[in-house]
Design a protein around this ligand. Structure first.
Ligand code: AHR
Length: 490
């Protein structure tokens, strides 16, 4: 392998490490919001343990309130005294009653507590243009205007900064079953009334494609284009089986299922390449960012849990999936400007699982923490030759690597050995760099199915890595089987 420390690639937008928290199952309620009267320690109703864990990830941006929920959410129901807020049915996610106790003020409070920029997704599917326009005024206007005064009456004098706004979610599906032609028209109409108030400048994100629906991207780029949008989303979930009816277990899987899942996750590279090529055709200056605002592994729910709550465990396999995806995102750091893992707590590929007052960090959490050094760093080109990892007739590269130079000059590597059976030794020529020190951490576990539980919450956790050696311009390191290694070179 050659690491070109004498060359530079694009800057890795910190927003590639974004998150997504929806009113779904136990993500918002219990996972984040416990209410001011809860025995679980909280600050203004938001649980302190979860905030502390999330702060440690330097989350750059948080998307809310959905997801499918966004297109049935009416923001006025989530403001004012909580006991007076009307409830609603969360039709997409379990048909449960949503109290609206977590609304706009609580969301911005959460963002302030964890230090993330807010990304709000508006309701195109069942809301009106006026409703969306007034929400933006409510959140961002400093004027003596009806919505700004309503916000003040609800206890918030200063407007919030709102840098990112989504005009609908999955408008091809749960957001309204629209064709790309119809949605383009709707986007243009709704977006016209998403105003920049009081110096706030909104980056507008249009609903993008469902996986490999390249026609959606083509139509949006043609009919909307860089003049009217700053970002176009892409949703792609890794399904172990590729079958939505029987996705596969989060914890009970064998090696053929493991490699099949990795094959599916690596499709992200092709999706970005092909959607990116269409975007380049209409937007050669890359003004429109590709915003992968939903990604991650989606398995069957944990046995015995509400199928509408999308609660799944998180194994070493998920950590490997997270790292492989980050390595892909970094490779496309010019076009991809934001990604948001689905979802932050208790839903799909979560960072954190909670059980009432208990909380654990998942293997995926640790990858987000180990990789956070890449946020805002300059990617470095590298040439890698890797052995294959083969199982059950399927084959993928065993090793995946990313590298970047942080603003303080330190170089960071992220390496994955996806082979669950054998270590791999990587010899790397450091072109243009003589490093004196290589220090790192490794995340691995006895099995690809290893998980953290409330009884053993640190079964899968990073440990110091001692497998690297420097000699002049050569770095040699041995990656344990099924591992993620991060390395800092000075
Ligand atoms: O993340 C769960 C759901 O997946 C989201 O609500 C929706 O946008 C997608 O289909």
């Amino acid at each position: 392998m050659i690491l070109r420390a004498d060359q530079t690639g694009p800057v890795i937008n910190p927003n590639l490490y974004g998150h997504f928290a929806e009113h779904l199952g136990r993500c918002i309620y219990e996972g984040i919001w416990v209410g001011e009267d809860s025995p679980i320690p909280n600050t203004r109703g938001i649980r302190n343990d979860v905030v502390a864990a999330l702060k440690n990830l330097n989350i750059p941006v948080l998307r809310w309130p959905g997801g499918c929920f966004a297109d049935e959410y009416h923001w006025r129901d989530g403001i004012g005294p909580r006991e007076k807020r009307p409830a609603m049915i969360n039709t997409h996610w379990g048909g449960v009653v949503e109290t609206n106790h977590f609304g706009t003020h609580e969301f911005f409070d959460l963002c302030e507590q964890i230090g993330a920029a807010p990304y709000v997704c508006g309701n195109v599917g069942s809301g009106s243009v006026q409703e969306m326009m007034e929400w933006v005024e409510y959140m961002t206007s400093d004027a003596n205007s009806p919505m700004a005064n309503l916000r003040r009456a609800n206890g918030r004098d200063q407007p919030w900064k709102l840098p990112y706004f989504g005009v609908g979610n999955e408008s091809w599906g749960c957001g309204g079953s629209m064709t790309p032609e119809y949605y383009s028209g709707e986007y243009r109409r709704y977006n016209t009334f998403v105003k920049n108030y009081s110096g706030n400048k909104i980056q507008r994100i249009a609903c993008g494609s469902n996986g490999a629906d390249y026609n959606w991207t083509e139509v949006l780029m043609k009919n909307v284009g860089a003049r009217m949008m700053n970002g176009l989303s892409l949703h792609y979930y890794t399904l172990p089986t590729g079958n939505w009816r029987k996705k596969g277990s989060a914890t009970d899987f064998d090696e053929p299922a493991y490699i099949a899942t990795l094959v599916n996750t690596l499709k992200m590279d092709e999706l970005i390449t092909r959607h990116g090529a269409i975007m380049d055709k209409y937007d050669p200056d890359q003004k429109v960012g590709m915003v992968i605002d939903e990604w991650g592994i989606w398995t069957d729910v944990e046995p015995g849990t509400n199928p509408g709550f999308l609660y799944q465990q998180n194994s070493l396999r998920d950590a490997i999936i997270a790292a492989l995806n980050f390595n892909i995102f970094h490779r496309h750091a010019g076009r991809v400007t934001m990604t948001n893992i689905a979802q932050t707590v208790n839903v799909l590929q979560a960072m954190i699982l909670t059980d009432k007052e208990k909380m654990l960090l998942t293997p995926t959490y640790h990858v987000f923490e180990m990789y956070k050094v890449h946020q805002g760093a300059t990617s470095l080109p590298l040439a890698l030759s890797t052995p294959d990892y083969e199982c059950g007739g399927k084959k993928i590269p065993a090793v995946s690597v990313t590298a970047s130079r942080a603003p303080d000059g330190k170089i960071h590597l992220g390496l994955v050995n996806a082979n669950p059976n054998t270590p791999v030794t990587v010899t790397c020529t450091l072109a243009g760099l003589t490093a004196k020190r290589a220090a790192g951490r490794v995340l691995t576990a006895p099995a690809i199915t290893s998980i953290n539980t409330f009884d053993a919450p640190a079964a899968v956790a990073p440990k110091p890595f001692h497998g690297a050696a420097l000699s002049g311009e050569t770095l040699t390191l041995t990656l344990p089987a099924k591992s993620i290694v991060t390395l800092e070179l000075e």
